[in-house]
Ligand binder design. Structure first.
Ligand code: ZN
Ligand code: ZN
Length: 265
């Protein structure tokens, strides 16, 4: 059975852990190496057993610890070619055998899992989200998404568990302290996803069979945990979907390790 845990989620660092039987992988390693190794230690996972680190895009909150983890523990790093080009100067030298290039929107098998990186709109070289398949079940991760498009729908629909960005509250962003240009960037179709857009998308996800939704990449300045949760909960409710009964909903903490989630409870 799949298990999922977040070691950090937000602009101070993103790192997701996916486990299926003996296969354990990370999606992004955007925290300092020590925080990641401590997090894995808390979960009783031997860091040297990691089968790989899968990169979404080259922004520093997603790659800060990649180089150190790969070098110290001899872990392969997977990314598409554009992302490799954009991040290679930022992560330091990676052993050639640990540099793996994939193509977006194709399936790959790793251990007993199938992994599919899919393109998402975000202002980086070639950002991706990920779906993982095993034993007839699917879980997906999509953060740093400027807007929901058909490719995201196609890849996230029918996932039992979805980790999706609920980055900002539009009112908080508009009246907040960000300079005008940064507000425009966050709002743009290559920026981040608002609570409201996330909530509306969650309605679609539940109708397509998603049972668990974890809200991720909550902005420190323009959002807070309870607001993200309540916005999506009330949009679901307006569509006759009850949190706790029809779907499980939770918010991933920004600076600490989350609960360990599986597809059962
Ligand atoms: Zn990010
Ligand atoms: Zn980003």
């Amino acid at each position: 059975m799949f298990e999922y845990c977040s070691i950090g989620s937000g602009s101070s660092g993103n790192c997701h852990l996916i486990k299926y039987k003996n296969s354990v992988i990370l999606v992004d390693a955007g925290l300092v190496g020590k925080k990641i190794s401590n997090g894995l230690n808390d979960l009783n996972i031997d860091i040297e057993s990691l089968k790989g680190i899968f990169i979404t895009h080259e922004h520093s909150d997603h790659i800060k610890g990649v180089g150190i983890i790969s070098r110290k523990y001899n872990i392969p790093v997977f990314a598409n070619l554009n992302t490799w080009h954009a991040m290679k100067d930022k992560i330091g030298k990676i052993d050639k055998k640990n540099m793996v290039v994939f193509q977006s929107d194709k399936n790959y098998s790793l251990g007993e899992m199938i992994i599919r990186p899919f393109s998402i709109p975000h202002d980086s070289s070639e950002a991706v989200g990920y779906s993982f398949y095993a034993n007839g079940e699917k879980i997906s991760i999509a953060t740093d998404i400027g807007m929901i498009n058909e490719n995201i729908r196609k890849n996230l629909y029918k996932s039992k568990l979805v980790v999706v960005e609920s980055n900002y509250d539009t009112n908080m962003l508009m009246v907040g302290s960000y300079p005008y240009s940064l507000k425009q960037r966050v709002l743009s179709s290559g920026g981040h996803l608002s609570n409201e857009d996330c909530g509306n998308f969650c309605v679609e996800l539940v109708k397509k069979g998603t049972e668990k939704i974890l809200l991720a990449h909550i902005s420190r300045e323009n959002n807070f945990k309870e607001l993200a949760f309540e916005t999506t909960k009330s949009i679901l409710k307006d569509n006759n979907i009850n949190v706790g009964k029809d779907v499980f909903l939770d918010v991933l903490p920004r600076d600490s390790i989350s609960n360990l989630y599986n597809l059962e409870r």
